[in-house]
Structure formats: C-alpha cells, structure tokens
Design a protein around this ligand. Sequence first.
Ligand code: KG4
Ligand code: ZN
Length: 341
Amino acid sequence: MKVLGIETSCDETGIAIYDSEQGLLAHTLHSQVKLHAEYGGVVPELASRDHIRYLLPLMEKALVEAGINKIDLDGVAYTAGPGLIGALMVGASTARSLAMALNVPAIGVHHMEGHLLAPMLEEPAPGFPFIALLVSGGHTLLAEVQAVGQYKILGESLDDAAGEAFDKTAKLLDLGYPGGPVLAKLAEQGKQGAYEFPRPMTDRPGLDFSFSGLKTFTLNTYQKAVKSSPGDQSLKADIARAFEDAVVDTLRIKCQRAVKQTGIKTLVIAGGVGANLRLRASLKTMMEKQGGELFYPRIEFCTDNGAMIAYVGCLRLMAGQYEPMVINARARWPMEELETI
Ligand code: KG4
Ligand code: ZN
C-alpha cells in the first residue's frame, strides 16, 4: 500500500510517500523558519498561508522522487492534530480533497503518535514494548508504548515543554529563533560547570517535569553575571551550556526512573529536542549502563516531517481504519484516546 503523508501542524510543510512493502519512497520538506524569524516565533496566520503556497509543489516533488503517479496512491494521511488549527486545516482539506479525487481512503494522524513512531522508520527499528521520551516544542512526556496505539502516559510536563523552554530561554538571552538549535550550538563553546543550575523535580518521586522555572533562573543568572563581569564574551556560552546540561540531566534522570519502574529496557527519543546531540549521548550512556538500548530517528525525522505521518497513516489504513468523508482537525487531542490496531 502506498500512502502519501501530509504534515502541516506548525511551521514545517512536510510531504512523504510510504510504501508498506518498500518502505519510505520519498520525503520533502519546506521549513518556515526564515518567515517567522523576524517575529521571534511562529505567527499562525502566516504559517497557514505558507502551507497553502508550498503543499502542492512539494507533493509533485515527492511523487517525482518516488517515481510514481498520483493514481498509484492507495491512501492519504494527514496530521489532524494537535497543532495550530489554521495550519492543520490546510493539510486536512488538501488531503481530503486529494483522497476524494483519487477515490482512496484518507486518515487523520495524531502528530505525537507520528513523533513516537518515527524511530520505526530506521534500521534497526525498536521492538515493542518501549519507553518513549517525546520532547518537542509543544509536549514533553514519557510514555510506555506496548503496541501501535497503546500508549500509557507515565509522566509529562506540568508547564513548559522542553523545546519551549529552549526557545524561551534563547529569546531571553537574545539568541534569536528557533531557540533550540541556536542555544545548543552556542552551548558547544560553553565551559561545563561554570554555573550550577537546578534539575527541576528530580528531588521528589514521579515522572512529571517542570521547565518553566529554569528560564527565569537562567535570566537571573545572566543578569547577575553581566553585572559582575561586564564585557565577558564567554558568559552567554557558559550559561547556555549550564541550561542545556540542566535540561539534559533532568530528562536523563526521569528516563532512568521510567526504565527502572517499568523494567522495559528499550528507550526511544522522539520530537524536535531529540535532535539535541548532548541529550542523545547522555541517554545512550545511561541505557548502556542499564543493559538496555537507545533508539532515535535521524535528525530530520526528530523535528516535524511528513515521513512519520505517511508511516503511521499507512499502518492504520492497512489495519482498515479510515474515516468517513469528514475533514478532521483538532487543536488539542489527548493521545490516550487513540484506538489500538
Ligand atoms: O517536534 P518539533 O519539530 O515540533 C513540535 O512538534 O513542537 O520540535 C520543535 C522543538 C523546538 O522547540 C526547537 O527549539 C527544538 O524542538 N529543537 C531543539 C533542537 N532542535 C530542535 N532543542 C534542543 N536542541 C536541538 N538541537
Ligand atoms: Zn512536532
């Protein structure tokens, strides 16, 4: 079965074609980073308009890359939520119209399920059950994944998501947008241990997270440091490093707890913050010490992409799950409502 996947939940237009027999045939992406950079964050209306501009040309490009024609498609999958409602509607209505024109089924995919299962696009893929650390701009959670659609949330962020904390902290340090990659790059030049930052909520049991206090702590530390050593060029890099180390350490401690609590020795990282190299390295070492294994998708499949949507859509369509002819888009969508296949 060949499925075209469409991702338009936020600021990336992603299109991919996944074949149940041959795997991923094509994937294309247009990032809106430049468009939103001057506003310091995503402007929803501009995002929707840009998705409209790029969807059809990217679709043509993906079909050429896959070496197939539209009529060879057996289904269409699109991100139905959670996300920016206008951006979601662009993908949903395009997907639905295409499916109707081709007389094939369409299915709305949960964006976070896409992230969670993105490591399955790699070789070797993780086997079930696994613990997933999903760290993106909108969500931070630990889930026990027993099968496709069987997700038990073990813990989640009570306030800012990890990616959001990176983005907001970068903004406070005047590093620009998108904050995560910029801050991580600057942190490479920072001295480890120059500043000691807290590891929020690690001093009590449980698997929930809280990152909003870290950004205020970062700002206060920065302002104090500037006052005591004005003109010190290494300040920002050292502070960026301390912030990154605090987030990475906190995530590692919680992942280790989840592994111990469940006895499941396979850990998967997914979502945009999963692109963070220090996080990958720290979790890899921790899992090796536990006698377990860490899996993650290639960097481009950590952040938003069409491949994960085409893949999940293909699995669900093959299991016979498709919807009546309605256009589905939900700004909020609890993952535990998903059906098992
Ligand atoms: O999964 P994603 O592309 O979009 C959402 O579903 O939210 O994640 C985007 C988030 C942003 O907050 C971005 O700053 C963060 O992932 N991010 C990173 C890195 N690359 C992207 N955070 C830390 N280090 C990185 N290298
Ligand atoms: Zn995402």
